[in-house]
Structure formats: structure tokens, C-alpha cells
Ligand binder design. Structure first.
Ligand code: PAF
Length: 269
């Protein structure tokens, strides 16, 4: 990979990286397309990163579909696919690691998945060092992850442009995710309640309704649809602190539905 990248760099080609864990869907392919529009060469990585899964999470069962992923990447015009082994990503038994800032990474998903964003930051930093891209593209579906990565890049002074792309959705509003395939038919029919609840909340907040009240009814609406909410939050879109009037804001949610932990978020205003 280094030889190919050196060759491209010698020709002053702009290299984009799209990090993934594979099991690619239309959302991932939109990231590849966005990377293509902004660069001369697109590298996609596929690596199911063990350090971002907690004990009892779905690391072993996470869908691995490498052959169809490679076909999709080739059809999408990706120039190179990086498929590192665990040994390549983490060569030392006791290696270096970065820790994501607690204010950003220990709330929301971080509260329920302790250490998850440290694992993400570590693997993304390693991928950045291996590929040394000029830009990298991530989806807004993992909004907290996107902010952690933006902070990683500014804090460690990495010269990489981070591009965040809007969430791709199914026709009924469900955010595309590899984990949607854990849903059976009834659960799949119930799943759009998460997005519907967020859009209802956004409408109610924009109409000036009180957060505590609308949050409680939204929580009940999720439960009535068969979901088990973990959090429903209204945050600053810049640092996940308290929302500031006149500044970008975000509504974020996570809920269990059967074996699937669904997350979603939308911009407010
Ligand atoms: O969003 C993902 O698929 C993963 O968290 C990432 C960014 C590829 C790191 O493993």
C-alpha cells in the first residue's frame, strides 16, 4: 500500500480515506462518492476494530462480507482497499493509545459503551498514520464519533480535512446501518419510530415547547413502539455541551430493538 500511495503522492494526487468496518451499504457508497468528488484517489479501509467493542458486544457476530464489499467498492470507483490484520493495526501487545476527552466521549453512547470512543480514536489515528490522506470522509449517523475525530485531528494537529456527510436513510426514514440486519420483520417495521420521534421532538422544540415535557412523551412513544431507549438528548452540535441559542444544535438518540442497538440524530433548526 505504501508503494502505491508514494507513487500517487509523487504525482501530487490528493488522497481521500474512507474508513469502514465493511458490510457496506448505500450509506458507505455515498461516502466513497463524496471522497471521489473531492480527491484524485480514494482509499477505503475495512477493519472490524476489536478495541471499539466492549465485553459482550457484537464483535464476533458483526457481519463480515468481504467479497461483496470488494465488488461494491470496485463498482463505486474506489482505487485501493486497505484490509489490515489485527497484528498490523496493533503490532505491540502493550502499545501506545490515545484517550478521547471525557466531556465529549463519556456521555451519550460513551456512557453506555465505556471506552468505545477511545477505541475509535486509536484505530482512526493508526489508519491516518498508515494512509496519510489529505481528507477523510465519515457519516453523520455516528455524530458523536464524527466530533471525536474532528477533535482528534485539531488537538493532535493532523493535516487532514474531515468531511462529514448527512445520514442516508431508507424510504421510511430508518438510518442505514449494518446493524439493521439484526432486526426481524416486526422489529424492522417498528424501527423508523426512532427517526420519527426525533423529527417530532425537533418540531415541538422549534414551536417553543418545554424540553423536559417533550422528552418524556418522546421516551414513552419509543417504548410504545417496542424500543428500549438509552438516551434522548438535545445538545450543542459543536461540542455536545448544552445547546446554545443561535448556534448549531443536534437531537441524538439511542435505543435497543431486539438484538440491534440503533442510533440516530438530526440537526435542529
Ligand atoms: O464508523 C465506523 O465504521 C467505525 O467506527 C470506524 C470509523 C471505521 C472506526 O473503526
Amino acid at each position: 500500500m505504501r508503494a502505491v500511495l508514494s507513487h500517487w503522492r509523487a504525482r501530487a494526487e490528493r488522497i481521500a480515506l474512507v474508513p469502514t468496518m465493511g458490510n457496506l451499504h448505500a450509506g458507505h457508497l455515498a461516502l466513497i462518492e463524496a471522497a471521489r468528488r473531492r480527491s484524485n484517489r480514494v482509499v477505503a479501509s475495512i477493519f472490524v476494530n476489536p478495541t471499539q467493542f466492549g465485553p459482550g458486544e457484537d464483535f464476533d457476530s458483526y457481519p463480515r462480507t468481504i467479497d461483496s464489499d470488494l465488488d461494491k467498492l470496485a463498482a463505486a470507483g474506489c482505487d485501493l482497499v486497505w484490509l489490515p490484520s489485527v497484528q498490523t493495526m496493533y503490532p505491540l501487545e502493550e502499545g501506545f493509545s490515545v484517550i478521547a476527552p471525557a466531556a465529549l466521549a463519556s456521555q451519550l453512547c460513551g456512557e453506555f459503551r465505556p471506552g468505545h470512543f477511545d477505541g475509535v480514536a486509536n484505530v482512526v489515528l493508526r489508519l491516518f498514520n498508515q494512509v496519510r490522506p489529505g481528507l477523510a470522509v465519515f457519516g453523520e449517523k455516528d455524530f458523536q464519533q464524527l466530533l471525536v475525530i474532528r477533535r482528534l485531528v485539531t488537538d493532535l494537529a493532523l493535516d487532514i480535512e474531515i468531511v462529514g456527510l448527512p445520514t442516508r436513510r431508507e424510504d421510511d426514514g430508518l438510518a442505514m446501518s449494518s446493524r439493521n440486519q439484526y432486526l426481524d420483520a416486526d422489529q424492522r417495521a417498528a424501527a423508523p419510530a426512532l427517526y420519527r420521534t426525533l423529527t417530532d421532538l425537533a418540531r415541538q422544540l422549534s414551536a417553543g415547547e418545554d424540553w423536559a415535557g417533550v422528552r418524556d412523551s418522546a421516551w414513552q412513544a419509543l417504548e410504545a413502539a417496542g424500543l428500549k431507549p438509552q438516551y434522548l438528548a438535545w445538545k450543542s452540535a459543536e461540542d455536545l455541551g448544552e445547546p446554545v441559542p443561535g448556534k448549531p444544535q443536534r437531537l441524538l438518540a439511542a435505543a435497543w430493538l431486539g438484538q440491534a442497538r440503533l442510533i440516530d440524530n438530526i440537526a435542529l433548526g
